[in-house]
Design a protein around this ligand. Structure first.
Ligand SMILES: [Zn+2]
Length: 452
């Protein structure tokens, strides 16, 4: 049995029974064996964590990793511009190799930033070859992931149906389960990235949720942005008994309080992308509305084509945006600020760890440093220019830390980053390939826009 001992760090376990403090952490093979004071294990490989904060690896619950080669192209586009230029435009130029390199480098970047679990919402799968290469990239990165298989959204050619009328391809899900995802114990597992009632007809939503349930898969869907295709779809799906803890809704800004409560009562999980929601025009993130209903969100980067990929920034954005709303509401209502902050850094760390794991159906394996769970662990250097003195480890992670603090990343007990360096040999070559891919795709933009 191979053992590793993380010694001398400040552990934030995100498990109330384990707690936080100057604890050591013993790893046996791919699992956390023990978290306790002064652990000794002479045969174990020592990971010296003095001056570091030891945390569960972050969970990025929602990202379109295939768009990595489009970095910053989308930064100044509104939602309608994004839909037109990316989904009906640039997405159509992607080859299977573009899917591979974008997904691989995007996932490596997640590991570098301390993310160990990625909800990879891949909705540019025009052919099985595209899908297979995207999965190849995700697997090669070494990250834990749920590959959420989705369909592309091109403009229909004459005689073709609009994407909102096309059911999720059953044959492709069956092929993937038979040939690519044969065990739930693999690091990368399958989920479905479906259109849902916001982006499809009721019949398509019903079909897709039923298919996901039949296959035992998470069904994730966007809800927000432009007008809903099927405004009463959520009520109808609820009446059909199709909403449950395997249903994951992304954004949700446009839902009424009644709809939100109905969905939460069914166990539906929510993944918010506070930064892209504020930038692109979805509306205010619903972090506080979920809190008022007794629930916590998971969070995602959403688009590296628009913003940076690290989850510490995403958590900080979610916290700041909701405190701003709460503070403004209190001033409006009572002409004064709330007596205490309405959400804390502890809440925010939960959104990018345990609640992310829950949204992806992986809370039994990751999301906290609980003995028995998978050894998905990140250590952050706290003995640095930007972090000393360390008064409050959790607040420091959410408010001060960034990629540069990420020292060590383990997925299933294996090193993915060590002493601040990514463990991946061919990175320079892969970045060159990403450049070539991105430049070729971006060069097509003028032609596409001229055609509108
Ligand atoms: Zn999205």
């Amino acid at each position: 049995m191979k053992r590793k001992l993380i010694k001398g760090g400040y552990v934030v376990s995100m498990d109330a029974r384990v707690g936080a403090g100057e604890l050591d952490l013993l790893i046996e093979d791919d699992r956390i064996a023990a978290v306790a004071h002064n652990l000794e294990a002479e045969d174990a490989e020592l990971i010296d964590a003095h001056g570091q904060i030891v945390l569960p690896g972050f969970v990025n619950a929602h990202m379109h990793t295939w768009q990595t080669a489009l970095r910053s192209l989308v930064a100044n586009w509104t939602l309608p511009q994004y839909f037109r230029s990316v989904h009906a435009g640039l997405a159509t130029l992607f080859t299977p190799e573009d899917l591979y390199i974008g997904t691989l480098v995007g996932a490596l970047n997640q590991l570098d930033c301390g993310t160990t679990t990625l909800g990879d919402w891949c909705h540019n799968n025009p052919t099985p070859a595209h899908t297979d290469r995207a999965i190849d990239g995700l697997v090669e990165s070494g990250i834990r992931g749920v590959f959420l298989h989705g369909s592309p959204k091109p403009d229909p050619k004459p005689g073709q149906k609009h994407f909102s009328e096309i059911p999720h391809p059953r044959s492709e899900i069956e092929r993937l389960l038979k040939h690519r995802f044969t065990s739930r114990d693999e690091l990368v597992t399958l989920g479905m990235a479906i259109l849902g009632p916001h982006y499809s007809t009721y019949e398509v939503s019903h079909h897709d949720l039923l298919l996901a349930r039949e296959c035992g898969l998470i069904a994730s869907m966007h809800c927000a942005g432009l007008d809903a295709k099927t405004p009463d779809g959520w009520e109808r799906l609820n009446a059909a008994g199709l909403l449950d803890a395997h249903t994951n809704v992304v954004h949700g800004n446009n839902l009424s309080d009644t709809q939100l409560q109905m969905m939460l009562d069914c166990g539906v999980t929510f993944s918010l992308a506070p930064e892209t929601e504020m930038l692109q025009g979805h509306g205010h993130p619903i972090t506080g509305r979920l809190r008022d209903a007794g629930y916590a969100p998971s969070l995602g980067v959403d688009l590296e084509s628009a913003i940076a990929g690290d989850m510490m920034t995403v958590a900080r954005m979610a916290l700041a945006s909701q405190r701003a709303l709460d503070n403004a509401a209190a001033r409006e209502r009572e002409a004064r600020l709330p007596a205490t902050s309405t959400l804390t850094c502890n809440d925010a760390l939960g959104w990018i760890t345990i609640h992310g794991a829950r949204a992806l159906g992986l809370a039994d394996r990751v999301g906290s440093l609980t003995p028995g769970k998978q050894a998905d662990i990140v250590t952050l250097r706290a003995d640095t220019l930007g972090m000393r003195p360390l008064h409050d480890a959790i607040a420091a992670v959410i408010m001060q830390a960034g990629r540069a603090n990420v020292d060590t990343v383990l997925v299933a007990g294996a090193f993915r980053k060590r002493h601040g360096e990514l463990v991946y040999d061919a990175l320079a070559r892969r970045l060159d390939e990403l450049d070539v891919s991105g430049r070729r795709i971006a060069a097509g933009l003028d032609d596409l826009l001229a055609a509108y």
